[in-house]
Write a protein that binds this ligand. Structure first.
Ligand SMILES: [Zn+2]
Length: 310
C-alpha cells in the first residue's frame, strides 16, 4: 500500500507524519522549532524526522509516494515570503529544499488551504465538489475547493479571507490596513473588545483577566456587554461568509478553528442565519454549514490530503 508523508509547519513547532490514502496517520512526531535555525537547519531536521517516522511506521523512504506540506503564508508558490516570528526563513523554498533532501515529490500549500483539502477529503466536506473551509481562531483564513480541486490562486495565497476589509475606519491590522474581518471577528478581536469593555461588563469585571473564552462564557450567561461583542463578531463573520457564498456558490461551508469549532451553538446559529440573509437567496438555499471534523489534527491531516491529491 502506498504511503505518504505529511508536514505541518507552525509558528513554534513542526508536526511530521506518515499516513495512508484513507486519511489515517500511522506514525507522527513533533519538532520544536528554534528561531535561531537557518533554512538548511530546518530542512535537514524535517528530512531527518521524515526518515524517523517512516522507520517507526516500518517503511523505507523509497515507499513514500509524495510529501504534502502546509505552511503559514504569504507564499510565492512554494517559497515562504515573510514570517512574523522566523525571519531567517524568509525566502525558504520548501519544495526545492525537501525534494532535494528526500528525493520524493513535494506538494506545498498555505495552511488554511491544506486544512481545507483535509476537511474536503476526510472531514466535514466529504462528498462535495465545491466547498469553502473557514478557520476562525486567533486569525481568520479560508481554504477553497472548486470543481473538485483546491484553488490556490496564482502564487498560493488564495483564501486570505481574514484580510477582506469591512470597515475603512476600523482597527489597524498586521498587514497595514484598517477594518479587516479578522480585526472584528477573530478570537483575538473578541478578546481585545472584551478587555476594552471589561469595566462596563458585570461578568468580565469579576475576572482577573479577559481571554476569548471569558467573553463567550459571559455571552452564554446573558451578560449584555459580552452579548454585544459576540453578536457583533458573529454578524461580521456572517457578512464575510455571505461574500464566499455569492462568489463561489459552494455546496458547503465548513467552519473550523478554535473559535469556529468550540463556540456556543447560539453564536454558530447567528452567523449561519446572517450568512443566509446577506447572500443571494438562490445560493443561500443550497449551501449547508457544518463544523469541521478534524480538530487538532487538521493541519497534519490536511498536509496528508495534499500528498494524496498530488
Ligand atoms: Zn488585514
Amino acid at each position: 500500500m502506498a504511503v505518504y508523508a505529511a508536514i505541518d509547519v507552525g509558528g513554534t513547532k513542526i508536526a511530521v507524519g506518515i499516513g495512508h490514502e484513507d486519511g489515517t496517520l500511522q506514525a507522527t512526531t513533533v519538532i520544536a522549532t528554534d528561531p535561531g535555525w537557518s533554512q538548511d537547519d530546518v530542512l535537514d531536521r524535517i528530512a531527518a524526522s521524515v526518515d524517523q517516522v517512516a522507520e517507526t511506521a516500518g517503511v523505507s523512504r523509497a515507499h513514500i509516494e509524495r510529501v504534502g506540506l502546509g505552511t503559514p503564508g504569504p507564499l510565492d508558490g512554494a517559497t515562504l515570503l515573510e514570517t512574523s516570528n522566523l525571519h531567517a526563513w524568509n525566502g525558504l523554498n520548501w519544495q526545492a529544499g525537501l525534494t532535494q533532501r528526500l528525493r520524493v515529490p513535494v506538494s506545498v500549500e498555505n495552511d488554511a488551504t491544506a486544512a481545507g483539502v483535509g476537511e474536503w477529503l476526510y472531514g466535514a466536506g466529504q462528498g462535495t465538489r465545491d466547498m469553502v473551509y473557514v478557520t476562525v481562531s486567533t486569525g481568520i483564513g479560508a481554504g477553497i475547493i472548486t470543481a473538485g480541486q483546491r484553488y490556490s490562486g496564482s502564487r498560493g495565497n488564495a483564501g486570505e479571507f481574514g484580510h477582506i476589509v469591512m470597515d475603512l475606519d476600523g482597527q489597524m491590522c498586521s498587514a497595514g490596513h484598517r477594518g479587516c474581518l479578522e480585526s472584528m471577528a477573530s478570537g483575538t478581536a473578541i478578546r481585545r473588545l472584551g478587555r476594552e469593555k471589561q469595566s462596563e461588563s458585570a461578568y468580565l469585571s469579576m475576572r482577573p483577566s479577559v481571554e476569548t473564552k471569558d467573553v463567550f462564557d459571559g455571552y452564554e450567561l446573558g451578560d449584555p456587554i459580552c452579548r454585544t461583542i459576540i453578536e457583533g463578531a458573529a454578524d461580521r463573520l456572517a457578512l464575510g461568509l455571505s461574500y464566499l457564498v455569492d462568489l463561489f456558490n459552494p455546496e458547503r461551508i465548513v467552519v473550523g478553528g478554535g473559535v469556529g469549532t468550540h463556540a456556543p451553538a447560539a453564536y454558530r446559529e447567528r452567523f449561519t442565519q446572517g450568512m443566509r440573509r446577506w447572500s443571494l437567496p438562490a445560493l443561500a438555499q443550497i449551501v449547508t454549514v457544518a463544523p469541521a471534523q478534524l480538530g487538532e489534527d487538521s493541519g497534519l491531516i490536511g498536509a496528508l490530503a495534499l500528498a494524496v491529491t498530488g
